[in-house]
Ligand binder design. Structure first.
Ligand SMILES: [Zn+2]
Length: 215
């Protein structure tokens, strides 16, 4: 019996051998895919710390804002289990609320999410949640976040990064001083920047400024 198995194994090896050169020929262009496991490991290690899906959704919605003509910022509210996406929104200062369409300079996604959470979640759910956001909260949104008793914030770019990019692009200073979340809401747990997405977000903002210049 064991001889048969051994023979079968031998036969399999003997059968596969002639295919190997061809198989490796096929694989050679994808041999660049050899680092894939490393990429996956990096993604996984980041995902254990941060909700990857939420970060990617935030970037996607920021792009959507850019395409719509709004400032490219977006936020995603994740439940205390760390995985459930409860709500998400993007900046709507130019195009206004869906179905309304009136510009509103306070329609920052972080403020919209804080107000949504206040209306739809209990205090414990709010405190256990995490807001993933493409850019650090402004003073208005930091205050709203704290007033609504929301939990941790994870931002991709810091407010000071954004201000430096604006300055480099020759843009005038904003009407509201750049304050860190911790300066406005010292009790809120804050993490960021998330380096893996910083350059992507910078490119999106740069594109937005370029489009505005050409208008
Ligand atoms: Zn804001």
């Amino acid at each position: 019996m064991s001889m048969n198995v051994a023979a079968a194994v031998d036969a399999t090896i003997a059968y596969q051998d002639p295919l190997q050169p061809e198989a490796s020929d096929h694989l050679s262009p994808t041999s660049s895919s050899t680092p894939t496991p490393n990429v996956r490991t990096a993604t996984q290690s980041m995902a254990t710390k941060y909700n990857q899906e939420a970060l990617q959704l935030a970037v996607k919605l920021a792009r959507e804002a850019l395409e719509a003509g709004d400032s490219p910022f977006a936020s995603v509210l994740v439940a205390g289990d760390g995985t459930t996406i409860l709500q998400s929104d993007r900046n709507r200062i130019v195009t206004g609320l869906p179905g309304d369409g009136r510009p509103d300079a306070t329609l920052h996604p972080e403020l919209t999410l804080a107000r949504w959470a206040n209306l739809h979640l209990g205090p414990e759910e709010r405190a256990a949640s995490t807001v993933y956001t493409t850019g650090e909260h402004c003073a208005m949104c930091s205050a709203a976040h704290a007033y609504c008793g929301l939990g941790r914030i994870v931002y991709i770019c810091s407010g000071s990064m954004y201000a430096a990019w604006q300055e480099e692009a020759g843009l005038p200073r904003g009407r509201v001083r750049t304050l860190g979340i911790r300066d406005v809401a010292p009790g809120v747990e804050v993490e960021g920047p998330v380096e893996e997405y910083v350059e992507t977000m910078r490119a999106i903002h740069t594109e937005y400024w370029k489009r505005r210049e050409n208008k």
